[in-house]
Design a protein around this ligand. Structure first.
Ligand code: NAD
Length: 256
């Protein structure tokens, strides 16, 4: 078996304090990368030890936390500065995101703006802030879209809008930076067991859990580690000819 080796890489993971971003951060560190965890706050939403402490305890890699709201230019600059101090970003995982269920006619402009600011503008401008570093030595950008970025849903219209934008941003960045040896790919998770779907919109643990589970051909929800495995592949040389790709990790939802 080919082991994935990210030693010598610096990876920036937005939203790395919790859920999927936390697991990606730990797995990347375990594969040898030094990690910049960029998030609103250091404590995981699900509780427990902060990501950087876990990384320092469980791996030989360095990890630094930077308090960052991806919608704030100054915060994005701080992330870029810290990554530069650590040797320069080689991998960027645009993972920070928010989710909302909604009745279409009740969405306010402020709510719509907030979703777009975090899920779309955040990805755009964090990438912009780090692109010079990523261009230095064969960069990789991994954007967290969603099955909701491939298929529409009347229950999550603004979220689908935002994640569809991330998909086309991914393809467009792949076109622009592929010639300069920066690969840009998207991961499209299905329902992954994190606070986002157990608390924000309780797909898991809510009344419709059984109904949702029936929409998954594998008849189970995913775990953050399933997405971290996909991210490891996209960050590594195993995917060196993969660019502008949508990697769907959803137990088969999008194929039905
Ligand atoms: P989560 O809520 O568990 O974690 C998201 C993290 O992002 C949190 O630590 C939060 O503090 C951080 N964050 C939110 N807004 C931020 C901001 N403005 N600036 C910086 N950090 C911010 O969610 P998750 O399930 O781990 O989701 C991670 C990504 O995966 C998101 O982009 C989400 O849309 C996507 N996704 C999740 C699922 C799922 O089922 N969980 C499915 C498809 C896509």
């Amino acid at each position: 078996m080919t082991a994935i080796d990210l030693s010598g890489d610096v990876a920036v993971v937005t939203g790395g304090a919790s859920g999927i971003g936390r697991e990606i951060s730990v797995q990347f560190a375990d594969a040898g990368a030094d990690i910049v965890v960029a998030d609103l706050r250091e404590e995981p939403r699900e509780g427990g030890t902060p990501t950087v402490e876990r990384i320092r305890a469980e791996t030989d890699s360095d990890a630094q936390f930077v308090e960052c709201d991806v919608t704030e230019q100054g915060d994005r600059e701080n992330v870029a500065k810290r990554a530069a101090e650590m040797g320069g970003a080689d991998v960027l995982v645009n993972n920070a995101g928010i989710f909302r269920g909604e009745e279409f006619t009740e969405v306010s402009e402020a709510e719509f703006d907030q979703l777009m600011d975090v899920n779309v503008k955040g990805v755009f401008f964090v990438t912009q802030a780090l692109i010079d570093q990523l261009l230095e030595d064969g960069g990789r950008v991994i954007n967290l879209s969603s099955v909701a970025g491939l298929e529409g849903s009347g229950d999550f219209i603004s979220y689908c809008t935002s994640k569809g934008a991330v998909r086309l941003m991914t393809y467009s960045l792949a076109d622009k930076y592929g010639p300069e040896d920066v690969r840009v790919n998207a991961i499209h998770p299905g329902v992954i067991e994190t606070a986002m779907v157990t608390e924000d919109v309780p797909i898991i643990g809510g009344e419709s859990e059984a109904e949702f589970r029936q929409t998954v051909p594998l008849r189970q929800f995913g775990q953050p580690g399933d997405i971290a495995d996909a991210a490891l592949y996209l960050a590594s040389d195993l995917s060196e000819y993969v660019n502008g790709e949508s990697l769907v990790v959803d137990g088969g939802i999008a194929s039905t």
